[in-house]
Design a protein around this ligand. Structure first.
Ligand code: SF4
Length: 582
């Protein structure tokens, strides 16, 4: 049976450019695991970066492992080796370390399933021998590692550029020694800043079930784990390492132009956990996107691409080389003539804008700082350049949202449609306005960490209302996410270690989420639907992002008072959050 799986992996390898294959002799062996399918993992720049970065060390061999394709699941379950690495097709227990890269909370159950499929006891305390150690990193873990705490030997709390070299130096020594698993983990936790070993920390709960503390269980351990940040001015930009036709970005080189976002939108975790915003210089980026990389199709990636201080020069130089460009995100207020020309030259016919909320009032609550006029102007300018398909991102269930805010979404969509159709008059194609409406999930380390999730029934009702209001409007389409999955995401991003009970049921006993929640002695609403008190301790505060809690609370109060706050601009006037010092 295993040969069928091997055959599929062989096909992947044959279709790739940039694969790294190394001899194992004497090296630290790392299985870099992605808890989703090959196509999803290979489209993820963070995963691609870690693969490239680890293999740059001569002392390391890093191979990739993915969650099985649906049609292979039965075969993997029957095969004695379980999951195999793509490069040398070895089972996970052959490696020194299995390191998961986890960008999305809803993949947590896949991570647990992957351990079980590989014959590795999923819960850390059930694992006896030292090999392999099981670790994880990625943005979901930066935000809150606690729901996965019982499954992981350790967590990488920090950006790879800041952490990997020091970790590998230390890990090499430990691997050559004779320490037991607990001894190795204690040594790691004490020696490498940014390594969090959950088994060395004990949560204490009060009678009402709220968290009172997470206490270190050994002397010399930090109370909170400082999250490590990279100095990007000294680093090469992250870019696609392995090209494959089997991804969303086939033959496009994704290039990270900056990290974090200075806008301070209050719902967005990336805007807080990656502070301060940092950019690569245009010079470095042009080197990274040199013609030798084998493609001139470049995808510029960052939380707000058009905020890069040298974006015009960068686009001009890349286009002058005959390249085509795409942008992971554009702000309506920064779409200027050069970016429009870049979109036109790259033959884009659709662009996404994210008003996030329909009314000016609600956009003040979330600190989006985008006026209706700016949105209309952007739609008109895009249409003038023949970009007639506009995608609009909105959220429903935001704090303080009322019916008037939903009505404003409908009115805004109609108005944009009017602008697009007006501009496309006389052209052969008519434009389409597509709304992507997603349920708001309050995230850790944001000013909305205290607020409650709106609830599945309420979100369904709101979605239905918007759908009905726009049903008869031609050239407008509406897509919604499923509120039940947003509920699960809220549970997994806001939970503590006790939510592993639900993860176990889904990953190990094959329950649906609905059944896991209905049959559990714990009520998931405790984590999802409860508004928190100002002083309540949060499980994610075991990590220290250096953002002051008072700053976030004050931002929350300002949100409820509909007050905007200035942007995060290092070296300039800011509402000091603590990251750049007092
Ligand atoms: S201290 Fe100011 S510039 Fe630094 S991260 Fe915080 S808001 Fe941004």
């Amino acid at each position: 049976m295993t040969w069928k799986i091997k055959q599929r992996q062989q096909k992947w390898l044959e279709g790739e450019r940039g694969t790294v294959r190394k001899d194992w002799g004497g090296k630290i062996t790392i299985a870099l695991a992605f808890p989703n399918r090959y196509a999803v993992g290979m489209s993820n720049l963070g995963f691609q970066y870690v693969y490239q970065a680890l293999n740059r060390f001569e002392t390391v061999v890093c191979e990739r492992v993915f969650y099985p394709e649906p049609e292979d699941m039965a075969l993997v379950r029957q095969s004695p080796g379980g999951l195999l690495s793509v490069e040398s097709q070895r089972p996970l227990p052959d490696f020194d370390l299995v390191a998961f890269s986890v960008p999305y909370e809803n993949d947590y159950t896949n991570l647990v399933e992957m351990l079980e499929l590989s014959g590795i006891p999923p819960r850390a305390r059930e694992r006896g021998s030292t090999r392999p150690l099981i670790a994880a990193g990625g943005v979901a873990l930066f935000i809150n590692p606690e729901p996965l705490a019982d499954y992981l030997d350790f967590v990488f709390a920090g950006e790879g550029e800041a952490l990997l070299s020091e970790f590998l130096d230390f890990f090499k020594e430990l691997r050559n020694g004779s320490g037991s698993r607990p001894e190795i983990l204690l040594d790691l936790a004490k020696s490498v800043e940014g390594i969090y070993v959950p088994s060395l920390y004990e949560p204490v709960y009060g009678e009402d079930g709220t968290l009172e503390a997470i206490r270190p269980c050994a002397p010399d351990l930090p109370e909170r784990i400082p999250v490590r940040r990279a100095d990007l001015s000294r680093e090469d930009p992250c870019r696609t390492a392995v090209f494959t036709a089997n991804t969303e970005f086939s033959n496009v080189m994704l290039l990270e132009i900056g990290r974090g976002c200075g806008r301070g939108c209050r719902f967005c975790a990336a805007g807080f956990v990656y502070r301060p915003v940092r950019y690569h210089s245009a010079e470095r980026l042009l080197q990274a996107a040199s013609p030798e990389c084998g493609t001139n199709r470049i995808g510029l990636v960052s939380a707000a691409v058009s905020d890069h201080p040298e974006i015009v020069d960068l686009c001009t130089s890349l286009l002058d080389r005959g390249g085509s460009l795409s942008f992971s995100s554009l702000r309506a207020d920064t779409i200027g003539s050069r970016i429009l020309s870049a979109l036109e030259a790259s033959e884009h016919h659709a662009v996404a804008i994210a008003p996030e909320a329909g009314s000016e009032r609600l956009r003040r609550v979330i600190n989006k700082k985008l006026s209706e006029d700016q949105i209309f102007r952007a739609a008109e300018m895009l249409a003038e350049k023949n970009i007639l398909n506009i995608k609009l991102y909105f959220m429903i269930g935001l704090p303080t949202e009322e019916r008037a805010d939903l009505e404003a979404i409908v009115e805004l969509a109609k108005e944009i449609r009017h602008h697009v159709l007006h501009s496309s008059r006389g052209k052969t194609r008519l434009g389409t306005v597509t709304l992507s409406v997603n349920s708001f999930v309050p995230k850790p380390f944001t000013p909305f960490q205290w607020t409650a999730f709106a609830g599945v029934a309420e979100l369904k009702e709101k979605a239905k209302w918007i759908q009905k209001a726009l049903a008869k409007v031609p050239n407008v389409r509406v897509h919604f996410d499923l509120p039940k999955w947003a509920y699960v995401q809220a549970l997994l991003s806001r939970g503590d270690r006790r939510v592993s009970l639900f993860i176990d049921k889904v990953a190990r006993e094959n329950f649906t989420w609905t059944r896991a929640m209905r049959t559990s002695p714990l009520n998931p609403d405790f984590w999802v639907m409860r508004e928190r008190q100002q002083e309540e301790k949060f499980p994610w505060e075991v990590l220290d992002h250096a953002i002051e809690r008072n700053y976030l609370w004050e931002e929350y109060r300002r949100a409820l008072a509909e007050k905007e706050s200035p942007e995060c601009r290092p070296g300039k006037n800011c509402r000091k959050c603590g990251v750049c010092g007092p």
